[in-house]
Design a protein around this ligand. Structure first.
Ligand code: GDP
Ligand code: MG
Length: 439
């Protein structure tokens, strides 16, 4: 969650019922979160209006605090607005299915054409043909040809001296002759929407009668995305949207704006420069991303049943003050064991994926049992003040818990390291090597 949202949530945490004032305050934070994610103002207004109507007087689930309830509603509405189900490529009843990419220069049209060709080949064993319709830059044709070579997908081009409409006409003839099942038409873009380009695209559309006109948009476009998407849609009638460059740290608010303004479904997302960096669009993930939530909602739901919030607050304070002791450690181990697989839970926390070693994070229940045994062999004073643990005490604990001193030492060392890491993390620093060794 963004910091503001989190603050608003903790304020609301103690209350039992959602009042209109609560909703108002939460909605202000949510509006800001959306605007920070570059969602268009008009879209934000409409969206928050819908949520407010749903949220006031909403029945509060016992297990959720009012703030969590509102976030849940926001997330559900966001998911619905983004389009509830994933829609694939609309196939033509007879071959070829013709797909035309449109969008501004640098949006990722050519790259997406390659990614889609790759995907169709892999998933359907398809035999696509790509047509090089961007004649304004010689490099654009070469770029598509290089992709074609890498993928072993034919590319039809006629250089830069023939009109794009003519190239498409002849390309389609080749596809008919070779019985290609898909034709992907790569078109030119401009830095801004312009009349000459739109005219050219309309002519290509007229001629090719594509099954899909996919608008390719860079997730980082920001506020401009709405105007761009609107004019492409007005002039060409787009059938779907592809959001690229979601691998960056943009929150992707453009997706919400475009979906609201055009009504066209978002079909794919690009998550990198490689040909395999293509994903089917998931509205729920996108919603969480826009709100900056990771999979926070799932985490809220999962942890809710087992986790006493007051304890969590105390713990957070202790982590910050570095006064986390062995009693807390045991409590944590028990919490963790009762919440289900820790590794799943950890991965849902935003920022956790940046922690080195987190990819192959595993928790061994036997190991946890041994650690508990060691702690139970400590005196109450030792548990509260780990600094008391000198070599003779450690030997006693080792004997008492049926471990050797090396194991006791290792466990105490890990505990101390974990404590330092938690202090760093509670101050917002997730880049802590060794986090995966914490429990
Ligand atoms: P076009 O002008 O619309 O054809 O855009 P290109 O396909 O040539 O892409 C422009 C730049 O964006 C290239 O450097 C691509 O490698 C890069 N690009 C395209 N899609 C993505 C993506 O999903 N993630 C990242 N990081 N880069 C991308
Ligand atoms: Mg291009």
């Amino acid at each position: 969650l963004t910091e503001r949202l989190q603050q608003a949530m903790s304020k609301l945490r103690k209350k039992g019922k959602v009042t209109e004032a609560d909703v108002k305050e939460m909605m202000r934070e949510i509006r800001l979160a959306l605007l920070e994610a570059d969602v268009n103002l008009q879209v934000v207004k409409e969206f928050t209006k819908n949520v407010r109507e749903r949220a006031v007087g909403a029945e509060v689930l016992d297990s959720l605090s009012p703030a969590q309830q509102i976030v849940k509603i926001v997330n559900e509405e966001l998911t619905t607005t983004l389009g509830s189900e994933t829609v694939g490529i609309e196939k033509s009843p007879k071959i070829p299915t013709i797909i035309m990419m449109v969008g501004l220069q640098g949006a990722g049209k050519t790259t997406f054409a390659g990614k889609l060709a790759n995907r169709l080949k892999k998933t359907e064993n398809a035999r696509p043909l790509m047509i090089a319709g961007d004649v304004y830059r010689p490099a654009a044709i070469d770029q598509l040809k290089v992709l074609g070579q890498q993928l072993d997908v034919p590319v039809f081009d006629m250089g830069t001296t023939v009109s794009p409409v003519e190239i498409v006409r002849q390309g389609l003839a080749v596809a008919a002759e070779k019985k290609n099942d898909y034709v992907l038409i790569d078109t030119a873009g401009r830095l801004h929407v312009d009349e000459a380009l739109m005219e050219e695209l309309k002519q290509i559309k007229e001629l090719a009668q594509p099954n899909e006109i996919l608008l390719v948009v860079d997730a980082m476009t920001g506020q401009d995305a709405v105007t761009v998407a609107d004019s492409f849609n007005q002039q060409l009638g787009i059938t779907g949207v592809v959001i690229t460059k979601l691998d960056g740290d943009t929150r992707g608010g453009a997706a919400l704006s475009i979906r609201s303004v055009t009504g066209a479904p978002i079909k794919f997302t690009g998550t990198g420069e490689k040909l395999t960096d293509l994903e089917i669009f998931h509205p729920d993930r996108m919603a969480s991303r826009i709100l900056g939530m990771g999979d926070m909602l799932t985490l809220i739901e999962k942890a809710q049943q087992d986790y006493d919030e007051k304890k969590a607050e105390e713990l957070a304070k202790k982590m910050k003050e570095n006064s986390f002791d062995f009693n807390d450690f045991i409590e944590q181990l028990d919490q963790v064991m009762s919440m289900g697989p820790l590794e799943d839970l950890m991965k849902m926390i935003p920022g956790m994926s940046q922690v080195p070693g987190m990819d192959n994070f595993k928790v061994d229940p036997k190991d946890i049992a041994r650690k508990k045994a060691i702690v139970f062999s400590m005196t109450p004073e030792e548990r509260e003040n780990p600094d008391l643990l000198n070599p003779s005490r450690r030997r006693r604990i080792a004997a008492g818990s049926g471990n050797n001193v090396v194991e006791v030492n290792r466990m105490i060392k890990q505990f101390k390291e974990a404590r330092t890491m938690m202090q760093k993390m509670s101050n917002g620093n997730f880049n802590v090597p060794g986090m995966d060794q914490m429990f």
